[in-house]
Design a protein around this ligand. Structure first.
Ligand code: ZN
Length: 476
């Protein structure tokens, strides 16, 4: 990997390069904003999906699959929604040589694909709640600078849930549950996050309000990694989704939608890596440990035999292991290679380890090396994987905390944001003051904490008592 690219100097240049070098994602496809998940990256993506599916399924969600094409008349049914998405929609206008009578949109998100069907399926309160999700690709004609995984025109792994409820109370309860599910998912991905309610001028098009999970990239920019939208009855009225109440009256349903893109993988890569390359949290690492033999020619057979024994034993205990027996590479270059790929544990086996029935084990996160006896090896590896997972999360949480500064001076805020920090500042809650804060600091208002955060101080624009503490900074 080119040494001149570091994540401190040029995060996106570095990211594009390491994604290719580590075999995760190649962004050189001939269409702007489109990239390829490579085998190693695909496995990381699959491991992330497993975690997401587990949490959604546990809470009664069911997976479905809807078509990619949406007829124009449905996409346009909810006025705010289409206004928000219009400039980003890809249209299919022809089938072969024939002009289509009705244009088809490639889904930019699936509300308008799913909700006409919900209108058919929901008849009585017994049909509710519905908690469906799907894992699909979505298309957005991004006009801003595109970035590998982070800002693309085809999002290859969009996990979107769409729930339907009989009452406002049930929908609000589901909203809390959705936010909690996402927090657990990002915890398991070892991603530090803020849970922020977006200001009204930055909510999802068509939503009543939006809460987002944000992480901070090493250069201080916000990366939105998950969103939960309360739709109220906005879409049910547009799509005529209603049910018969026990008293015989019709009522429009209350809805939510929430989604996570492929971005968490980019965040994991950017946040946890060091100058040697990736450091993958064991929960998503495709390979948990790599075994590297070190031998002189005549010892080869006995060393490899011992490596194979370790491999079988670890695999029997559910630990995914790789061996690297390449003749043409030195042990040193193998160390370098697997460190770059972020494998959490390296096991070195030489003749000494064979004779003394032990293994030399190195952790990728702290780079500490220890000798472990054969008898203790399995339990040591399991424990260490667990510790690495915890350590990465803790380290990243502390780091993110250090990236957030508090001030009520917008002059200081502007300066610190330019230095790569995120700022917390008091706010009266009025949109015009919020937008003025954005102008003065040349940054974006991320929002305010979902749940409780005591607001002290005065709004720096109008000097009235603050009702919220807002987070502001640069974004992707
Ligand atoms: Zn104000």
């Amino acid at each position: 990997m080119a040494k001149t690219l570091t994540k401190e100097k040029d995060l996106m240049g570095w990211l594009s390069q390491i994604l290719i070098d580590a075999g995760i994602y190649d962004y050189r496809y001939p269409i702007k904003g489109c990239g390829i998940w490579l085998p190693y990256g695909f496995k990381i993506r699959e491991n992330m999906l497993k975690i997401i599916r587990k949490h959604l399924d546990e809470k009664g969600h069911q997976e479905v699959l809807f078509p990619l094409l949406i007829p124009e008349y449905n996409l346009k049914k909810e006025a705010e929604h289409i206004a928000g998405f219009m400039s980003e929609v890809y249209w299919v206008t022809k089938g072969g040589d024939e002009e289509l009578k009705v244009k088809h949109a490639l889904r930019p998100t699936s509300e308008t694909a799913i909700y006409p069907m919900y209108a058919l399926w929901v008849r009585s309160h017994k049909d509710l709640p519905i908690k469906y999700y799907q894992v699909v690709n979505i298309f957005r004609y991004e006009t801003k600078t595109t970035r590998p995984i982070i800002r693309v025109r085809e999002v290859l792994t969009f996990k979107e849930a769409h729930t339907v409820h009989a009452t406002k109370e049930e929908a609000e309860k589901q909203f809390k549950e959705a936010v909690e599910i996402y927090s657990k998912i990002f915890d398991e991905l070892a991603l530090p996050h803020l849970v922020l309610r977006r200001p009204d001028w930055d909510k999802f098009a068509g939503a009543v309000y939006t809460v987002a999970h944000d992480t901070i990239m090493p250069n201080g920019r916000r990366l939105q990694i998950g969103t939960v939208h309360y739709l109220g009855q906005n879409f049910s009225k547009a799509f005529d989704i209603k049910y018969l109440k026990p008293n015989g009256a019709h009522e429009y349903v209350y809805q939510l939608c929430y989604g996570i893109s492929g971005r968490p993988v980019a965040a994991i890569v950017a946040i946890h890596s060091d100058e040697r390359g990736l450091i993958l949290p064991p929960n998503v690492a495709p390979i948990k440990a790599v075994i590297i033999p070190i031998y002189y020619k005549k010892e080869k057979e006995i060393v490899i035999k011992y490596c194979e024994k370790i491999k079988r034993t670890l695999e029997k205990n559910g630990i995914t292991v790789e061996t690297d027996y390449r003749e043409e590479e030195t042990p040193g270059s193998k160390f370098y290679y697997w460190e770059m790929k972020g494998v959490p544990i390296r096991i070195e086996i030489g003749i000494k380890e064979v004779k003394e029935k032990k293994a030399t084990v190195q952790r990728r996160d702290t780079l500490t090396r220890v000798e472990v006896s054969w008898e203790e090896l399995v339990s040591y590896i399991k424990k260490t994987l667990h510790n690495i997972q915890g350590n990465l999360k803790k380290r990243a949480d502390e780091w993110m905390k250090s990236m957030i500064k508090e001030t009520d001076s917008l002059e200081i805020a502007r300066k610190e944001i330019n230095n790569g920090y995120v700022i917390k500042t008091p706010w009266c809650g009025r949109e015009e003051c919020g937008k003025t804060i954005e102008e003065i600091t040349d940054a974006r208002v991320y929002g305010y904490k979902y749940g409780q955060e005591e607001a002290k101080g005065k709004c720096p624009i109008c000097n009235q008592e603050a009702s919220k503490i807002i987070y502001i900074g640069k974004t992707y």
